[in-house]
Design a protein around this ligand. Structure first.
Ligand SMILES: [Zn+2]
Length: 614
């Protein structure tokens, strides 16, 4: 403890509540939000304001303060300008000690349409709290009031608590940051599900199909919310808001404690597959109100908004949620059996195509999210694995293993219910080592499982797990233009950039790596005949035999080069899920318990293409 001496100054930095914000977008086409914060300054220290460098749920330092401009401060009563200066890339100081209320005004530029950035244009304003609000760092617990002045005719959708016309409130700064605001025309549907009022607000034009539209989505969403709530109880918030923004090429979601922001493309309703994927996205973000926002690693009990917050448990936050999003929609009868199994097989194929899964465990991948998953480059596929993808598959395998080992008595739900009671509902984060908690919940020894699949780098035994429910995974190959009996296509071990002819990534240990290919190489000819693009190259390789060298002519940094590559047989490009005719009553019962439908008997139940490598 330090005892201040006579020459040391002890400053009282406490800021008096509440924090009062006013938001407006007078000229949306300028992509600017006008923000005013009114606050009583500390008695004898400068008013220090900060903006988060990142946002919970998306693990990347984004330096949101780079979009702040034109900051000025005034004494509210006298209108006198107060000296304000920037003291770090995300902090400002205002000389206002001991004075009356201070008004700090600034503008925020926002023209990036994602769920974790601001987007303001002539069509709407999507405001993301961490990228919008400056707040006194020592006033995190202060109540917040927000007044919103929307352009004429633009409704406001937000999970902030209404507090009169155009006014809203939040209990504290964390809640303020966690409530995005949408200002602009939306189609609004209101439903009752999960024991609470639920709103669905859809912005952006979309093309309904014969089968799917907003009515179907509203109905299906209610069933999915109810199915989640049947597991862990009514929604743990007074009301819940789904914001869905539709824009070409857009995809993603971000969870909040009583809402979610979701992005999808305008053709989401055009096919059954894209519609079910939309349902899965919304189901995923909704499930986070339990798993992620409230049931969370201890390090997330109080975020440090200024720096990385490390945890080895993002597989629990995202892997478990990735398993439950589609599975719950399946159990609710919204997603059909063949779609569910086809996506499961597709994910299995995608996992096996990633050499990085042998370098990073789920714990390693979680810990490195800040510099790997959220900072992707062409080396990622060789160095890490997605804790969403592998985490979801590991949780599926665990669920089936628990059911088999306990004769159907114990499943993964048991773990979630236990953890919800012990941690989520109790408002405290869980420790980094989850093995004892999983074992306590299930009464089973899971040492081997955690050592191999959570802390270790082994692939989950999905084929073995599916065998316990009478299913087989049968690999196959697409052979463009060839007989079905032809051997597997020749394979280089690369990914391509889109449909072009530029190499995206080179897989560790594959033929292309041995032949000296690099990411960025533009392949212009195979055995001296011109290559048009990715599809062309794939077709040509399908007619070649593994083991026979091919000559690749390419441009590298503008210079013509030639590489000789000896292709290998391609890994499967298709996986079929087959109902095993040999399955007995036990497998049939487990299948029905797991997927809520009778075992299909025999034959191919679903087929999945394995995207990716060439
Ligand atoms: Zn998630």
């Amino acid at each position: 403890m330090t005892v201040p001496g006579a020459h040391e100054l002890v400053l009282d930095r406490r800021v008096t509540a509440p924090l009062r914000y006013r938001l407006s977008v007078p000229r949306p086409e300028s992509h600017l939000v006008e923000v005013e914060l009114r606050v009583a300054p500390p008695p004898d220290a400068p008013l220090r304001l900060e903006m988060p460098a990142w946002c919970p749920g998306s693990y990347l330092i984004r330096d949101y303060a780079r979009h702040v401009r034109d900051l000025e401060a005034r004494d509210v009563e006298s209108g006198r300008a107060l000296p304000a200066r920037q003291v770090s890339k995300r902090e400002w100081e205002v000389d206002a000690a001991g004075g009356g209320d201070v008004a700090v005004r600034y503008r925020v530029y926002g023209h990036e349409l994602t769920v974790r950035t601001n987007h303001v244009d002539a069509g709407h304003a999507f405001l993301h709290g961490p990228a919008l609000y400056l707040f006194p760092g020592d006033a995190r617990d202060a109540a917040c009031e927000v007044e919103i002045e929307p352009p004429p005719g633009w409704p406001v959708v937000t999970a902030l608590e209404p507090a009169g016309a155009g006014r809203y409130r939040a209990d504290d700064v964390d809640q303020l940051l966690d409530c995005p605001i949408h200002i602009g025309p939306v189609e609004l549907r209101e439903l009752e599900a999960g024991g609470r009022p639920v709103a669905l607000a859809v912005w952006g034009g979309f093309a309904p199909s014969a089968s799917f539209g907003l009515d179907a989505l509203t109905r299906d969403l209610a069933a999915v919310v109810d199915a989640h709530a049947a597991r862990l109880g009514p929604l743990p918030c007074d009301r819940y808001t789904f914001l869905l923004m539709l824009s070409p090429g857009a995809y993603g979601g971000l969870e909040h404690a009583s809402s979610s922001a979701n992005l999808n493309h305008p053709h989401a309703f055009a096919s059954a597959r894209s519609y079910y994927e939309l349902i899965e996205l919304l189901s995923h973000e909704l499930f986070h109100v339990w798993n992620g926002k409230r049931l969370r690693p201890r390090v997330f009990d109080r975020f440090d908004y200024g720096r990385e917050n490390y945890t080895r448990c993002l597989w629990m936050v995202e892997g478990v949620t990735s398993y439950y999003d589609r599975w719950t929609a399946r159990r609710a009868g919204v997603v059909p059996l063949n779609h569910y199994l086809s996506k499961l097989a597709e994910e299995w194929g995608r996992l096996l195509a990633i050499p990085g899964r042998l370098r990073h465990s789920l714990e390693d991948a979680s810990f490195n999210a800040w510099v790997k998953l959220y900072k992707p480059d062409e080396s990622n596929l060789n160095t890490t694995v997605s804790y969403y993808l592998k985490g979801g598959l590991v949780m599926c395998a665990l669920d089936l293993e628990l059911r088999r080992r306990s004769d159907g008595e114990v499943d993964l739900d048991r773990v979630l219910v236990h953890m919800w009671r012990e941690f989520g509902a109790a408002g405290r984060g869980y420790p980094e080592d989850l093995q004892p908690i999983f074992e306590q919940a299930t009464g089973l020894d899971l040492g081997d499982f955690f050592a191999r699949f959570i802390r270790g780098r082994e692939d989950p035994d999905l084929p073995g797990a599916l065998a316990t429910v009478g299913l087989e995974l049968r690999p196959g190959w697409e052979r463009p233009g060839q007989e079905d009996s032809a051997p597997p296509p020749a394979w280089l071990g690369v990914t391509m950039q889109g449909s072009g002819r530029t190499v995206g990534g080179v897989l560790d240990g594959g033929p292309a790596e041995r032949g000296g290919l690099s990411p960025g190489d533009e392949i212009i000819a195979l055995d001296r005949y011109q290559v048009g693009g990715e599809g062309d190259l794939r077709q040509r390789l399908a007619g070649r035999a593994a083991g026979q060298p091919v000559e690749l002519t390419l441009f590298r940094r503008g210079r013509l080069e030639v590489c000789e590559v000896v292709p290998e047989p391609a890994p499967p490009t298709r996986i079929e899920v087959v109902a095993s005719a040999a399955a007995g009553a036990g497998e049939h019962q487990r299948f029905a318990d797991w997927l809520g439908a009778p075992h299909p008997g025999e034959g191919v139940v679903a087929t999945a293409p394995v995207p990716g490598t060439l």
